[in-house]
Design a binder for this molecule. Structure first.
Ligand SMILES: [Fe+2]
Length: 488
C-alpha cells in the first residue's frame, strides 16, 4: 500500500467523555489517498468494478453546546475496485459551513440538541439554525456524487472517483433537498423532496439523467413535518406525512421538540412521477414513524411499499445512558424505537391501505439490489444494531418469497457501515452479488473493508481489505458501478 497524507485541516476539538466523540464515533480529521490496499483475507473478485462511497459525521471544532453525533461535518470515504485491486481515499465535503468554521477555527453553529440562539450565523434547512454539514447520505447520479443533509441542505457534488469538490448543485431549490434522493437506475432519474417550516411545507422533484430539473411541485401538508425518506415505483413516488413532528406550540417559541401527535394517522402521498399537485392521492395507515423505506413497486391496481415501522417512535430517556445523555441516546438506539420490517399496500382502486409485518426482529438501514429498485424485490438486506447505541453489529437477509432469513453478526467490538448491494456483472438471480461495508474494529483501533457473498451472508466476509486509518461511524453509503461514474 502507498499512502499520501493531505495537509491537515484546522481543528479546535478538545478531548471529552462524550459517548459519540469516542470509540467508534471518534471523529477522523485526516484526509488521505491510499493505493493498492493490502488484502487481509480472501481475494477481491476481479469482476467488481466501481466505488463504494460512505458519508460519515466528524466533529471538527469544539461544540458550542450539547454535541449530537448528527452535527459532525460530512466526510466521504471511498474504496474503488478494479481488476482485483482496491484504492482508498477520503475527503471532507467542502460545505460553506465547513469553510467558514475553518476560517474561524471554531464552531459557528450549535447542533440538533441546542437552542437556535446559539448559532452565531444564520443556518440552513428546515430547522434554520443548523450548519448544512452535508453529512447524511451520498448518491451517484448523472456521473457525479451528490452528498446531502437530512434537515434539507444545498446538495454538494463531488467527483466520485477523485472526490474532488465540485461545489453546490445548481438545481437545488430554495428549501434544499432532504437526505435521501432516490435514483432509478432504469431511467437515470433522481427523485427528491424537501420540507420546511413554511407553507406548503413540502415539495417533490425529479432530475433527469442529464442533471436537469424536470419536475418540482408543492406537496401541501397541514403544518411543518419531519419526513426523512421517500420511495418510488416505476410510475409513482411515495412521500409521507407521519404523526411524529415538532410540537407546534413550542415551535412558536423556536423550540424544536419532536412529539408523537396522538390521534393522527400516518399519511402517504402517491404522486405520479412527473405529476402535478392535483394528481396526488393520499392514503392513511396506522400511526408510526419510519426513518427508511426499502423499496416500492406496482402490483396490479396496488402500490406495495416496504420499510421499517417504528413501534415506539418517541422513546423514554435511556436509563442505561451516562448522565446527561439519556434523551439523546434513547433517540439513537434502535432497541428503544424498535423499527421492524413492514409492508404497506395502497389499493389505488378502493383507496384502502393494508399493512403486514414482515419480520418481528429489530432492524433498519437496509438495502436491496439496485437493479430492482422501483420493481418487485425478493430480497432485503438489513443491519442490526448494538442495544443502546447507534452502531451496526451485523446483517440480516430476508427472502420474502420463502420467508427464510439469514444472519451474520460481527465479532464483539466490530461495527459496520450501511452495506449496499453490488450486482455481479451478468447476474440473473436477484441475490447474485456482494454486500460491501466498512468495519471499524474497536479491539484493534483499525478499519477494514469487507465483501460478503449476498447469496450466503451467514458465512461472513469472503474478503477483508485493510484501510489506512480508522473511520468514524456515520449514517449512509452507496455503491456505483464504474459505468455510472461518468455523465450520461
Ligand atoms: Fe437516513
Amino acid at each position: 500500500m502507498k499512502l499520501e497524507r493531505l495537509d491537515r485541516i484546522r481543528s479546535s476539538l478538545q478531548p471529552s467523555n462524550h459517548p459519540y466523540l469516542n470509540g467508534a464515533w471518534t471523529p477522523q480529521h485526516e484526509e488521505v489517498n491510499a493505493t493498492d490496499l493490502r488484502v487481509i483475507e480472501g481475494a477481491i473478485p476481479a469482476e467488481i468494478s466501481g466505488v463504494y462511497l460512505r458519508n460519515t459525521e466528524n466533529q471538527v471544532h469544539q461544540p458550542l453546546g450539547r454535541f449530537h453525533p448528527f452535527d459532525g461535518d460530512g466526510m466521504i470515504h471511498q474504496i474503488a475496485f478494479e481488476n482485483g485491486k482496491a484504492n482508498y481515499r477520503n475527503r471532507f465535503v467542502r460545505t460553506r459551513g465547513f469553510a467558514a468554521e475553518q476560517e474561524a477555527n471554531a464552531s459557528l453553529w450549535g447542533g440538533l440538541a441546542d437552542p437556535p440562539a446559539l448559532a452565531k450565523r444564520p443556518g440552513w434547512g428546515a430547522h434554520g439554525s443548523l450548519k448544512d454539514a452535508s453529512s447524511t447520505d451520498i448518491v451517484v447520479h448523472a456521473g457525479k456524487a451528490l452528498s446531502t443533509f437530512y434537515q434539507c441542505g444545498e446538495g454538494y457534488r463531488l467527483d466520485p472517483l477523485t472526490l474532488e469538490d465540485l461545489g453546490l448543485e445548481s438545481w437545488t431549490p430554495i428549501d434544499g433537498i432532504s437526505a435521501h434522493p432516490k435514483l432509478d437506475e432504469a431511467t437515470g432519474e433522481l427523485m427528491f423532496f424537501n420540507y420546511s417550516k413554511h407553507p406548503p411545507y413540502m415539495h417533490y422533484g425529479v432530475v433527469d439523467k442529464h442533471n436537469k430539473l424536470k419536475t418540482y411541485i408543492p406537496v401541501p401538508l397541514p403544518g411543518p413535518r419531519l419526513p426523512h425518506d421517500m420511495a418510488f415505483s416505476e410510475n409513482y413516488s411515495i412521500l409521507n406525512d407521519l404523526p411524529v413532528f415538532w410540537d407546534q406550540e413550542l415551535l412558536k417559541r423556536d423550540i424544536h421538540a419532536v412529539r408523537l401527535h396522538d390521534g393522527l394517522p400516518a399519511r402517504f402521498a402517491i404522486v405520479p412521477r412527473h405529476g402535478r399537485t392535483e394528481d396526488i392521492r393520499w392514503f392513511e395507515a396506522a400511526p408510526t414513524y419510519v426513518l427508511h423505506w426499502l423499496n416500492a413497486y406496482e402490483d396490479g391496481e396496488a402500490i406495495v411499499l416496504d420499510g421499517y415501522f417504528q413501534e415506539n417512535p418517541t422513546p423514554r430517556p435511556s436509563k442505561k445512558a451516562p448522565a446527561g445523555f439519556e434523551h439523546m441516546m434513547a433517540y439513537l438506539d434502535e432497541h428503544s424505537f424498535r423499527p421492524k420490517l413492514h409492508r404497506w399496500r395502497f389499493d389505488l382502486k378502493s383507496g384502502a391501505t393494508t399493512e403486514t409485518r414482515l419480520d418481528e426482529r429489530i432492524m433498519e438501514f437496509g438495502t436491496i439490489n439496485p437493479r430492482v429498485a422501483g420493481r418487485k424485490h425478493r430480497y432485503i438486506y438489513s443491519t442490526t444494531a448494538k442495544p443502546g447505541w447507534f452502531l451496526f453489529t451485523g446483517f440480516v437477509k430476508n427472502d420474502l418469497d420463502t420467508g427464510q432469513s439469514w444472519v451474520f453478526e460481527l465479532p464483539e467490538g466490530q461495527y459496520a457501515s450501511e452495506a449496499p448491494f453490488i450486482p455481479r456483472p451478468g447476474a440473473t438471480a436477484e441475490d447474485d452479488g456482494y454486500l460491501v461495508s466498512f468495519i471499524t474494529d474497536e479491539n484493534t483501533g483499525n478499519s477494514e473493508c469487507v465483501l460478503l457473498d449476498a447469496k450466503r451472508i451467514q458465512d461472513g466476509p469472503i474478503c477483508r481489505i485493510a484501510l489506512p486509518h480508522k473511520i468514524c461511524s456515520g449514517t449512509h453509503a452507496c455503491w456505483a458501478d464504474r459505468e455510472q461514474l461518468s455523465p450520461a
